[in-house]
Design a protein around this ligand. Structure first.
Ligand code: 13P
Length: 242
């Protein structure tokens, strides 16, 4: 299975979202074996759901708390996401890890909680440039994936997003993607998650995606900037479907 997800991050306003969803409703042509999704800001999730209607594009949140309910002011639970019709949730995005202190220990709880509530967890992993240049890349990725030893088996998507390629316009080379995705596939198998779809993310655009999607063990994309433009998002989906 391939899966293309637009991660809107903290972008777009109601009027943009209306136009985006309308473009999806008229332009999205589902095809077996390829899923499409939008990871919208919490406050717009219900709106996106309603505006997408039954067109087939799935709904993702960008994070969630691991507790089902309780005194956690400002947080959103997996139960609440499920309640409003979410299909999945991004977990451990590098911006959550680096700006908001997300930890692997918390991610164990979040992956479990997502599965308990029937949400597809998209576990994001990736090394910084410093880690890559310092020869620590594989150790970092191995540790991030070790979360899966503690979660046990279950539904899962992994997104490999080298931090240095996110929002920089500096996409990883096909060779770099090939090397890491082969490693991630092996690690997933070692952790009991063989066959998990592995997305690539980081400066993906319709200009580079057709080539990236052909790399072995690349099963789609997690896309920021380019996926703020509906025509580009739809083009990326078509490229995954080709
Ligand atoms: P860009 O596509 O803007 O580089 O963002 C990638 C990303 O972080 C998606 O989660």
């Amino acid at each position: 299975m391939r899966i293309v997800i637009a991660n809107w991050k903290m972008n777009l306003l109601s009027k943009d979202i209306e136009a985006f969803c309308a473009a999806c409703v008229s332009g999205y042509k589902p095809k077996a074996g390829v899923e499409a999704g939008i990871a919208a800001p919490y406050i717009y999730l219900k709106d996106v759901k309603a505006k997408l209607g039954p067109c087939g594009v799935k709904l993702y949140a960008q994070n969630a708390h691991f507790e089902a309910k309780g005194a956690f002011t400002g947080e959103i639970s997996m139960a609440q996401l499920k309640d409003i019709g979410c299909d999945g949730v991004l977990l451990g995005h590098s911006e959550r890890r680096h700006i908001f202190g997300e930890t692997n220990a918390n991610l164990v709880k979040k992956v479990k909680a997502a599965r308990e509530h029937g949400l597809m967890p998209v576990l994001c992993i990736g090394e910084t440039l410093e880690e890559r240049d310092g020869g620590k890349m594989f150790d970092v990725l191995r540790e991030q994936l070790a979360v899966l030893k503690e979660t046990g088996a279950g539904p899962l998507v992994v997104a490999y997003e080298p931090v240095w390629a996110i929002g920089t316009g500096r996409v990883a080379t096909v060779e770099q993607i090939r090397e890491v995705h082969a490693f991630v596939a092996e690690e997933l198998a070692r952790n009991g998650a063989a066959g998990t779809p592995i997305q690539y993310g980081g400066s993906v655009t319709p200009d580079n995606f057709a080539e990236i999607i052909q790399v072995p063990h690349v099963a789609g994309g997690l896309v920021g900037g380019a996926a703020l433009v509906p025509e580009k998002f739809l083009k990326l989906i078509e490229q995954a479907q080709a």
